[in-house]
Design a protein around this ligand. Structure first.
Ligand SMILES: [Zn+2]
Length: 268
């Protein structure tokens, strides 16, 4: 379900002077949904407690003319785990989805997926973190308790059943969900898949309804990897290849395009 529960987001933000601090702070503090803002100029860090999505907060900071990179996420509890999946496929669909365990039974799922047809698209955690045959090798929906497919609010559901996300006319789906069954520590190393069609939440007449929600083809997928909690990521420069944190945001994680300045990836 959609949630407005707050999380703490730690951003690295390029700031050189006190006026930058005031600009960032001023912009964020007047936004509904922002509960607190702490800025550390010397470390170029901004900590925001908010019920807005990471995408929205990043957009607000960058609206002041500065670049921002999310470095970590946390909840009110001590670190219960965070993870991220970078989705891509054979087509143009790509996205970033973050998972943050807020408590034993609350997982925040915050994401943006681009390149979708407008409308509803099924989103599921699949059993396997195996992309050797693209999204086809991800296995079935993650279902450790042998249940039938359902919707996120149902008790009879696969743990991996996250329901649908809605893409707008621009092809982008942004969402901020909370789930009671999914645990970050159970899904790290598995995969997240977005489908071409709407998940009928097990309520359809199609034979696949109770298996997959009949949500069509697998458009894009990514392995769910552990990510940093708050203040766990001291990275300023990626020492491996000299790509700085700022440049890195526009580069592929590896391969062609990593070192060169052309062909940046889509802005996620
Ligand atoms: Zn399912």
């Amino acid at each position: 379900m959609e949630t407005d529960r707050a999380a703490k987001l730690e951003f690295a933000v390029q700031m050189t002077c006190e006026s930058c601090v005031n600009a960032v702070k001023g912009t964020l503090e007047k936004q509904p949904g922002v509960h607190s803002v702490q800025v550390d100029l010397s470390r170029e860090e901004v900590l925001v407690e908010t019920s807005l999505s990471t995408q929205e907060v990043q957009g607000l900071i960058e609206g002041t003319g500065r670049r921002a990179v999310l470095k970590g996420m946390g909840g009110s509890e001590p670190d219960l785990g965070a993870a991220v999946a970078m989705l891509s496929g054979l087509g143009r669909v790509q996205g970033v989805v973050r998972f943050l365990q807020l408590s034993e039974d609350r997982c925040l799922i915050d994401g943006a997926i681009d390149g979708l047809e407008p409308g509803a698209h099924g989103l599921h955690v699949h059993e396997l973190g195996d992309l050797t045959q693209d999204c086809m090798s991800c296995g079935e929906h993650y279902n450790p308790f042998g249940k039938q497919h359902g919707g996120p609010e149902d008790t009879e559901r696969h743990v991996g059943d996250l329901g649908n996300v809605q893409a707008g006319s621009d092809g982008r789906a942004t969402f901020r969900l909370e789930d009671s069954q999914l645990k970050v520590w159970d899904v790290i190393g598995r995969s997240l898949v977005v489908d071409s069609g709407e998940d009928d939440l097990g309520r359809g007449n199609h034979p696949l309804s109770r298996q997959t929600g009949n949500s069509g083809q697998r458009l894009a997928c990514g392995i769910i990897a552990r990510s940093a909690g708050l203040f766990q990521n001291p990275k300023q420069i990626c020492a491996c290849d000299g790509v700085t944190l700022w440049e890195e945001r526009d580069r592929p994680i590896a391969g062609k395009g990593r070192r060169v300045t052309d062909a940046p990836t889509a802005n996620l």
